[in-house]
Design a protein around this ligand. Sequence first.
Ligand code: NDP
Length: 253
Amino acid sequence: AASRLAGKTVLITGASSGIGRATAFEFANASNGDIKLILTARREATLVSIKEEIEKAYPKSKVFPIALDVSKLPAIDAFVDNLPEEAKDIDVLINNAGMVHGVDQVGSIAQSDIDIMFQTNVFGLIALTQKLLPLFKEKGKGDIVNIGSIAGREPYPGGAIYCATKAAVKSFTETLRKELIATRIRVIEVDPGQVETEFSVVRFRGDKGKADAVYKGVEPLIAEDIAEVIVFAVSRRENVVIADTLVFPSHQA
Ligand code: NDP
């Protein structure tokens, strides 16, 4: 698998935390450091410290920490257009940035929460994918990995908007895969179940006590579990598409 990843350039959104951060480390590890990683999120200082950590552990690797808010669509164009020359030739896009803000019944969901969830989880993912498609088509290959969720398959009360965003990701991903059929541009979806990250802290608007309570008495996945699945999918032979994977902790069904 290391040789299949060798020399690749991987762009990860939401790389400052949780699954995105773990995926950056897992790509470095699985390629024995023979990789370029473009790490994006809003928290640039965190990305810079992740760069330092990865480049120290894997001296052959090259990490580009670049601030990007995927909910701001014009920023996506500018980000791709202004990538450093040595990071322009992207092979793998990991659309991971995502969030849920609030647990509210439909009648009381704030418009601002609806906007931020759709802008981040759906519109940003679509815009970045559209922006990189011409490059992948020109190269005749590339990987697009979209992080969905069990929430996109099984909606739950209090999660109407988040669930709808992830259902949208699923539908978009499947359509794109069908449009690109018989090319070597692989479209891959990984849907996590419960993973302990900063996700729940954001969901409960920063209330760490409520976030921690979610994981009491159960054993959630850790971010590395999902990172391993993502890197496994990308490091298959080019003709192998791990199209759609649901990954649960053993207590969840
Ligand atoms: P975290 O909150 O730990 O990480 C989310 C990442 O997304 C952070 O790096 C954050 O960085 C980034 N992000 C959020 N908003 C934006 C934005 N507007 N622009 C750019 N980056 C943004 O959560 P997870 O690692 O758990 O989440 C990763 C993905 O996994 C999400 O798509 C989530 O929906 C999905 N998922 C998670 C599950 C779980 O149980 N944890 C279950 C199912 C799916 P920053 O704040 O620096 O911008």
